[in-house]
Design a protein around this ligand. Structure first.
Ligand code: SF4
Length: 225
């Protein structure tokens, strides 16, 4: 799936943006070759825990080719994953930096960097094809999901419902620390909400490392990793 994903060009606006950013570059990364393509999920294909963000950052994942790698949001996320034993190191800088995740995969409902970090509803709907596929492949081993932010929450709930987990009506509301159990034919899925690791949240103290680690640790226990 990842091999097919990286050739995807379904969203004209995002294709144009990811490639423009890759050519123009940020001054600090002028000597680097940007990835400039869809960014696949990172972590084992038989993960028990899935982290769902929003979309790659223009000069983070769109530069390095790995989710949450090379930007401030990723610095916060991987430090927290390491603190609770889900990552082997606290930093993520580039592919080949030695980072591995323990039973955990990180993905996003939109795989291309969007202008202003804001995909349109149509782009979210178009990229759902890949989230459907990823969930179907992970379903046999998946036991818990942590969704970072309301955008991912809205994107993921219908995907989980179509993948066979029973999502209550009305749909559970997103919030930090929300924990919902979704019964399924194969297994019960533990769904957790966390504020997104964006600078807007972490710089203002809306999301602290303790708050994030608490959700990740609980989700890790629920997933058995
Ligand atoms: Fe393809 Fe998703 Fe990128 Fe759109 S956002 S071009 S569907 S990978």
């Amino acid at each position: 799936m990842d091999r097919e994903l990286i050739d995807c060009r379904r969203c004209p606006r995002l294709v144009a943006w990811r490639e423009k950013v890759a050519v123009e570059k940020r001054a600090a990364f002028r000597d680097q070759t940007y990835w400039g393509r869809p960014v696949p999920g990172f972590g084992p294909a038989d993960a028990a825990l899935l982290i769902v963000g929003l979309a790659p950052a223009a000069h983070g994942g769109n530069r390095t080719g790995r989710m949450f790698t090379g930007d401030r949001s990723g610095d916060v996320l991987y430090a927290a994953l390491h603190a609770v034993g889900l990552a082997n190191q606290p930093t993520a800088t580039h592919i080949g930096d030695g980072l591995t995740l323990n039973g955990t995969r990180v993905t996003a409902p939109v795989h291309c960097a969007p202008p202003a970090n804001k995909p349109t509803p149509l782009e979210r709907a178009t990229c759902r094809h890949w989230l459907d596929s990823e969930l179907a492949l992970l379903a046999p081993t998946l036991r818990a999901v942590v969704v970072l932010g309301g955008f991912g929450w809205q994107a993921l709930l219908p995907v989980l419902a179509d993948a066979g987990w029973r999502v209550p009506r009305p749909r559970p509301k997103f919030g930090h620390g929300v924990h919902v159990e979704l019964p399924g034919e194969r297994n019960t899925l533990h769904l957790f909400g966390s504020y997104h690791v964006s600078q807007q949240n972490t710089f203002t103290g809306r999301l602290t490392p303790d708050m994030l680690e608490s959700v990740l640790a609980e989700a890790g226990r629920a997933a058995g990793v």
